[in-house]
Design a protein around this ligand. Structure first.
Ligand SMILES: NC(=O)c1ccc[n+]([C@@H]2O[C@H](COP(=O)([O-])OP(=O)(O)OC[C@H]3O[C@@H](n4cnc5c(N)ncnc54)[C@H](OP(=O)(O)O)[C@@H]3O)[C@@H](O)[C@H]2O)c1
Length: 275
């Protein structure tokens, strides 16, 4: 980036996602707290952000944009236009990273000066506990070095993968909405445990840990999930009895259709944000 501002990371909007990301980069050492700033229309949100992360606060978007080479837009999708209006006169080069769900690169690029490179991200809520799955897409002016900055930011709170923008609706349907699907799974597994005689708090802990553990097993073993499933299902055993019920109830196709439906909805919503 070349200028002093390049070393600073700034958040426009200091809500849940900004707090999670700022906390992540400071904890991982990707940025020091002294080089992370935020601004927010809500003084209360800004105060909570600084207390939680140790990062600094500034009073306005122009001040933030003046001081930060990397600007993260962390406001609600409908607030992006208003939040970015004050940077329209800034001639300095900046990297703008937007977390706003559904707001296309073309729309973001139309809100900022030509000197800005833009990256669009689809994060998910487990980023709040450092176990996120984020996908990002580069705008026309963004470079490989900019992608590395996005990886440094998003990688501090979980997995970060680069995809073409055309895949971001599918990412939204899968990892963006996925935490909600899996919370339903956890709740349902716990209901099953309660029905089978377990106390509710114990059933919930076992269910949540089982979902976490299955995910880690897939990632860390590198094995295909079908193989890991087969490993648990011994001949004429208990697991295969359960699996028969899941197949009979169409659980597999329910998940496939859920991701497909959420992807379609993401595409529809994105239309409303096109310039
Ligand atoms: N949370 C998630 O899990 C998640 C997942 C995927 C994507 N995202 C995306 O991440 C973005 C942020 O989500 P969030 O949950 O962190 O939102 P949030 O908690 O509502 O935080 C946004 C903050 O920005 C403030 N704000 C609004 N307009 C502003 C402006 N012009 N200048 C400065 N600050 C402004 C808001 O204040 P007010 O409340 O007063 O408006 C609020 O404090 C969203 O675009 C969302 O689509 C979030």
């Amino acid at each position: 980036m070349g200028d002093e501002a390049g070393e600073y990371l700034g958040f426009v909007g200091a809500g849940r996602m900004a707090t999670a990301l700022a906390g992540g980069v400071v904890r991982s050492g990707a940025w020091t707290a002294g080089r992370v700033l935020a601004t927010d229309v809500s003084a209360d949100a800004l105060k909570k952000f600084t207390v939680a992360t140790g990062a600094g606060a500034v009073n306005s978007v122009p001040e933030l944009a003046e001081r930060c080479g990397v600007i993260v837009v962390a406001v609600k999708p409908g607030q992006v236009g208003e939040a970015l209006a004050p940077v329209s006169g800034l001639a300095a080069p900046r990297l703008l990273i937007s977390l706003a769900a559904g707001v296309p690169l073309a729309r973001l690029e139309s809100h900022v000066p030509a000197s800005f490179r833009v990256i669009r991200v689809m994060p998910n809520t487990p980023a709040l506990v450092g176990a996120g799955a984020s996908a990002y897409s580069l705008g026309a002016r963004a470079s490989g070095a900019d992608a590395a900055v996005a990886e440094r930011l998003l990688g501090s709170v979980g997995l970060a993968v680069r995809v073409p923008e055309t895949q971001l609706d599918a990412v939204t349907g899968l990892s963006g909405s996925g935490p909600a699907y899996l919370c339903v799974v956890i709740e349902a597994l716990a209901d099953g445990g309660v029905a089978a005689g377990l106390p509710r708090p114990l059933a919930l802990r076992l269910a949540a840990q089982t979902v976490l553990g299955a995910g880690r097993l897939v990632i860390e073993s590198g094995e295909h999930p079908a193989r890991l499933k087969d490993d648990v299902a011994s001949p004429a055993g208990t697991t295969v009895e359960g699996l028969k019920v899941l197949e009979a109830q169409g659980v597999r196709s329910a998940f496939i259709e859920a991701v497909a439906a959420a992807t379609r909805r993401s595409r529809e919503l994105g239309q409303s944000f096109l310039p």
